[in-house]
Design a protein around this ligand. Structure first.
Ligand SMILES: [Zn+2]
Length: 268
């Protein structure tokens, strides 16, 4: 499935090509904006996890609206290819990746999405993945090494396969990691958005996995992180109320059960 958001510029076949995941969220949208200033051809992919996300419609809508803004910005140079939407069920599996993912799940509770992301990257070498500063990066400090590269002025990092653990190489070895996105804090990225003339786009990005009445829920992982990283201005008053209730009771056993039921019944 494709959404036609091609930016009309003459395609020069010698231009570097960059593949990346675009969720319509804060980090990957920032990368799109960074890339828009380079003479490159960009192919965005949206991997749709219909089983675990209630936010696909919101994310695709955000991508559509933001694409127009990038397209209309006077300093946009890149060629944006139409968004390719892939159902995660169609990505397939890989025994080596599956085994490595299982080990990393045991060790650091690595999210299930990294298994299909890794299979996708094996078939789409060099696709960019925006990694957030945090737990995973902390883990990488002990078991992985990176090398920095640049193509057409665009910088990225790759896993150094000689100096990283086998499981890390199997899961993360085929990605490019945008540089310096992962070095920046959320608030530093906000400043960068503004510097590039896209400060207003931040409110158009989408992050919540389980929207309530088309607004961020306040209690899913990305909503919680948004609040914890100083960006609670992005959550509505009713979302913040849910956030505060969750924080108050989060360690109570009954509340953990209540949350499971709430997710099933209310969808957040
Ligand atoms: Zn949420």
């Amino acid at each position: 499935m494709m959404i036609d958001i091609t930016i009309d510029s003459a395609i020069n076949e010698d231009m570097p090509r960059i593949k990346l995941f675009w969720t319509g969220g804060f980090d990957s949208t920032f990368r799109m904006i960074q890339l828009s200033r380079f003479n490159v051809i960009v192919q965005p992919y949206y991997l749709a996890d219909y089983q675990h996300r209630n936010s696909i419609k919101n994310e695709l809508e955000a991508i559509k609206v933001i694409s127009e803004d990038i397209k209309n910005h006077p300093e946009t140079k890149f060629v944006m290819k139409p968004l390719i939407i892939v159902d995660v069920k169609d990505i397939g599996s890989d025994e080596i990746i599956k085994a490595s993912h299982q080990r990393l799940f045991q060790e650091i509770a690595l999210g299930s999405q990294y298994e299909w992301l890794a299979v996708f990257a094996k078939n789409h070498q060099g696709v960019e993945l925006s990694l957030e500063k945090g737990r995973l990066q902390k883990y990488f400090e002990t078991v992985a090494a990176f090398s920095k590269h640049s193509v057409g002025g665009v910088s990225f990092q790759v896993i150094d396969k000689e100096r990283s653990s086998e499981d890390v190489v199997n899961i993360f070895g085929n990605f490019h990691f945008p540089y310096p996105v992962s070095e920046l804090t959320k608030l530093e990225i906000v400043e960068e958005y503004k510097r590039l003339g896209f400060g207003e786009i931040i409110s158009k990005t989408w992050f919540c996995h389980n929207p309530v009445k088309n607004e961020p829920c306040g209690v899913c992982t990305p909503c919680r992180q948004i609040v914890e990283k100083g960006m609670s201005f992005r959550i509505s008053p009713s979302g913040m109320k849910r956030y505060k209730t969750d924080q108050k009771y989060r360690k109570k056993v009954w509340f953990i059960f209540f949350k499971k039921i709430r997710l099933k019944v209310c969808g957040y």
